[in-house]
Design a protein. Sequence first.
Length: 565
Amino acid sequence: MSAAAGPRMREPQQLLTPARLSVMQSSRVSATRLLMSKAINARWSIDCLDWKIDEEARGTALYRIETANMPLDFIVHSRKPQKEGRIGRIIGQTWDMMAALVEGPASEHDIAVTGEEIQKLYAGRATDKTLVWARSNRSGRAFDHTVEALAAGRQPSIDVLSDVCYLMRNTGLDGNGTFGTRSFRTLEKDHPLKRPLEAQMLCAYLMRVFSIDLVNHLARCQSPHSARLAPEIQRFLGVGNGSALGLNLFVNNHPKLVHNFLTAREKAIVGAKSLEVGRQDPSVAFLIGLVERAIKFRRQDRMTYERFAESSLVADDLEKVKGVLSYFYETGLVGGSESRFPLSEIADWSEREVHDEAHETLLGLMTELVPDLCDSLAEELAADEEFSTDPSMSLGHLRDLLHSEYAWAFDMDLESESSRRFVWYKSATAEEPRRGAIDEVGSVFNLGLDLPRLVTRLDQEIASRDPALSVARFLLTAPEFRYIVARIQSLSGYAYHSPHMNMMGEEFTPSDVTRFINICIHGLDKTRDYLNRSLRGVIYQGAPTVDDLRAGADPIWFYPAEPRV
């Protein structure tokens, strides 16, 4: 190992390829981790105020979340499962649970109107102060197995539960103005869910709370001698999640948010790398414990991955990382010598010597060494995504931006047939994003952002113009370039805003970007790929129970081991 220079953030060209984004792992600045940290530190209290659900799961429930600044209510409308119209997509017509997260206290009127409107979905309208509409379905195998086991007075099989790791799966979290919900940009500075994605992530956690309460209730309806789901199993289970092509469009439409999350993660990593630690330092012992936790989690992972690395491979490489950390802990040496920034040197070694997922796992775990920094960075995640033009900028300056900040686009093959084979469109039957071959789909409006071609075409257009000409005068004669000019100008100086990808080409794999959002930004685990398009994962596996939150939960809840009951 060579002597380390001062730690610094990685360059965009290193991080922003789809393949690299796909291996990024969760960290202390992922949305689930940030929200759970807030709930743990403030000891949020979550109580079921009302439960009117019968033995067939029909009825309503009301949960109250007491935060430091205001109460939040979760209104649940539960249904008896039925096969007709029950699919895990937005065109579904029935769900096992539909709910609304509202600024409390919710009135009887709110509960009744929400029940009427939410089942209309796209034709419905949320009540005042509603933040999110949520929907979920049961896991066909794990849910029924759990109810049957509890009704018989025993705990469910861990083998059965470990195959899916959840009782219910999220099929929709809609907010930020959708269905008349409150725009997140209007939330007050002291609002408990002010930071990006917090309202959605709280809904996911409450889905998990409801799923546990529901299996306990249904088991009790079947037998007065039923068991209650053990706390160890409650913690082990999360909420299922499925994501498809839409997250690729999310990345297109929220470049500043993407930049902010990546920047926060990189700054947290640099903060951890910069810690001056030595032999038998408690921080190093803590990090070794986290790596051991990740190894066990990967060893016990029963998911099958098509495109991405098997967990056994990642676990093997994390064992190597653990060995290097342990050697440093015992000796204070990195590669046989002392270093001012040993964690930075170890991280650099792991980048060269282990699989990218193992390396990114180490970096994500290192952010737990700087929790205060992460909490501070979380306050900078919100972004205004509106673009505007700078009419006074010269074309010469604009062209310099193109070649300095989008050099990757000029290096791409954009002329071959394979590089422009696909188009992104909205399905007429499903109202969902699709990606299809142009010669098969025909004439459709392209929803995808063809960023490299927009950049290179703009460059070709202004190359022959007077460099001193203003953007305003250029756009008067070529208004079709207004969007890309505004995007380039508005994002200038943002290092991590756009993946370096050609969405229209054969070489692009959509699940790479979907996985980046799911794991790195949202903080999901066990994201299984399907046909290179969709991902199925688990949210909040290992998270504290509501009783844990009241009592002061362990902040290191992620990467849980299979329980022994």
